[in-house]
Design a protein around this ligand. Structure first.
Ligand SMILES: Cc1cc2nc3c(=O)[nH]c(=O)nc-3n(C[C@H](O)[C@H](O)[C@H](O)COP(=O)(O)OP(=O)(O)OC[C@H]3O[C@@H](n4cnc5c(N)ncnc54)[C@H](O)[C@@H]3O)c2cc1C
Length: 512
């Protein structure tokens, strides 16, 4: 079999990569050793930035219908509700998805992405395990084991989306530095008959541990998460029955269990590669970085990796860009993965640390600080931007440049400013866009001349120089080159062909 891109692993990352490549019309094969999408709920939350990817795929409404939009939290201490915060629409004016947390479990993500592939006449080769990889000058060959025997797939590029243990990462000898946390973690999806608010996250810090209870879609369905007490750490085959009483004792909450759907214990690691790509082999998601689930960023980061890499592979393989464009995948995603490791590490240490100071801090200080933060008007947007991954930027990327002389409040490399509801729908098509902000629209002939400057199709989006743009520093005509992932590539006050060609030269016009 021959293809442009072979994706190994059909978890959320691999399935997002496949969906994106499908949008760009690229040929790909996706394989997974499992028999179908994940059955367990596993990762719980989808960020606003991931919702924007679903919007591009036309799936955002379906996700929201099947999800729970968390709108605040309650903090319990010694079994009593001590403090609460409401963050209804915390990201208002920042995204079409202004929710702090959308509970849409991993299995649902995989199912919706898989169904969308099928709707476009694509599928996953299930029950197909990657075994061996051989790299050649112009292609990569992967040996896979199917139900009927071994096969060889030849691809121009391979994406290893094969999770934390990544056989692809091992075969290509990527480094994966980091460590393993001492504490183990448990997750349990349970039915509770308590009369809890079905849209509030509940947090119950105690001296010994930290219990979090997330409402899930379905009658009285909740996810319990916490660190396993040390006495259970070395025990094999623990069931939820074994620790049920401890969860209630530590949280001091009278949890009335009706049943358990899923229970799992896992060891947490914090590790990251030192490069996301080696030649024609790229890693994305858990195969490239693993960290604690504090902040619910794991699955979302994999989805964003896949999005970033897919359009670059598409532009290169369609002949619109040179191979250097692929280096910007690592340039842009590695710093984020490293930042995330630090961010989740601090969160996890606070949640799970057992020292006197940290347990006191967790119980008496941290949650009051949280409540204060979530109720302070000018801090709320910042919290939203961080947790939703909408504030992360690629301003240091070599793909980001600006010749605009206006004093703008946004930079090349940032996510395009969100200016009004449904704004990103203008940029849904799988291509680059020119956003033209001015008092008057471009004349058709000028628009055609602009489009002809590019070695690939661009879609021109017209915006009036409105007060909203003026607030962001736009004083006169502005041209913004918007990447297929709605980040700003390049900006200029005018469309001067030679200046634009200078920008395009590095990755797009000097294609070989
Ligand atoms: C029990 C559990 C609970 C979790 N809870 C949370 C949470 O609450 N929040 C959070 O953010 N994250 C959580 N995570 C982590 C989250 O699941 C991952 O971050 C996310 O799944 C990463 O997606 P991925 O597609 O990169 O990798 P994975 O989901 O691991 O997918 C990898 C895929 O590759 C396939 N594969 C592996 N080897 C091969 C091979 N040789 N050939 C073919 N296919 C192969 C696997 O079958 C799998 O389908 C949890 C993980 C576990 C295990």
């Amino acid at each position: 079999m021959t293809t442009d891109v072979l994706i190994i692993g059909a978890g959320p990352t691999g399935l997002m990569a496949a969906n994106q490549l499908q949008r760009f019309g690229l040929d790909f094969i996706i394989v997974d050793s499992k028999a179908g999408p994940t059955v367990e709920s596993r990762a719980l939350a989808v960020s606003a930035r991931s919702m924007e990817l679903y919007q591009q795929l036309g799936l955002a409404d379906t996700v929201l219908e099947r999800a729970v939009k968390i709108n605040g939290f309650h903090v319990y201490s010694n079994g009593k509700r001590k403090t609460s915060a409401v963050f209804d629409d915390i990201g208002e004016d920042l995204s079409d998805f202004p929710y702090m947390m959308v509970v849409f479990e991993q299995n649902k993500n995989e199912t919706i992405l898989y169904e969308n592939l099928q709707a476009h006449n694509k599928t996953v080769m299930w029950n197909t395990s990657f075994i061996k990889l051989t790299e050649h000058a112009d292609y990569v060959e992967a040996k896979v084991k199917t139900e009927t025997g071994e096969e060889t797939i030849r691809a121009k590029h391979i994406i290893g989306c094969d999770g934390a243990r990544s056989p692809v990462r091992h075969q290509k000898d990527f480094s994966f530095e980091g460590g393993t946390y001492e504490n183990k973690f448990y997750v349990a999806d349970v039915h509770l008959s308590n009369d809890f608010d079905s849209r509030k996250l509940m947090l119950a810090p105690s001296d010994e541990t930290f219990t979090a209870i997330f409402p899930m879609k379905g009658d009285n369905k909740f996810r319990l998460v916490g660190t396993l007490l040390p006495q259970y750490a070395d025990k094999e085959d623990i069931t939820f029955e074994d620790i049920k009483a401890e969860v209630s004792r530590c949280s001091r909450m009278k949890l009335e269990y009706e049943g358990v759907n899923w229970f799992s214990i896992y060891k947490l690691h914090h590790r990251c590669v030192d490069n996301f790509s080696k030649g024609r082999v790229h890693l994305a998601g858990d195969s490239a970085h693993i960290h604690s689930p504090a902040g619910g960023q794991g699955m979302n980061t994999g989805l964003q990796d896949a999005h970033n890499l897919a359009w670059k592979l598409a532009y290169h393989l369609k002949g619109y860009a040179n191979a250097d464009l692929l280096d910007t995948y690592n340039e842009e995603r590695l710093p984020f993965a490293k930042w995330l490791l630090g961010f989740t590490d601090r969160g996890f240490t606070l949640m799970s640390g057992s020292g006197w100071f940290i347990s006191r801090f967790r119980k008496y200080v941290m949650l009051n600080v949280m409540r204060l933060l979530f109720s302070t008007q000018n801090i709320k947007p910042r919290l939203f931007k961080t947790f939703s991954q909408t504030s992360y930027d690629y301003t240091k990327s070599s793909l980001s440049a600006s010749d605009a002389t206006q004093k703008l409040k946004f930079k090349a490399g940032e996510r395009l400013p969100y200016i009004e509801p449904n704004f990103y729908l203008h940029f849904s098509a799988a291509q680059f866009h020119i956003l033209h902000i001015a008092k008057q629209n471009l004349a058709p002939k000028t628009a055609a001349n602009i489009q002809a400057t590019f070695p690939f199709p661009v879609n021109i989006v017209e915006q009036k120089l409105s007060p909203a743009w003026q607030k962001l520093g736009v004083r006169s005509e502005l041209f913004i080159l918007v990447r297929p992932d709605t980040y700003i590539a390049y900006m200029a006050d005018t469309f001067n062909e030679s200046t634009w060609k200078t920008y395009l030269e590095r990755y797009f016009l000097s294609r070989e």
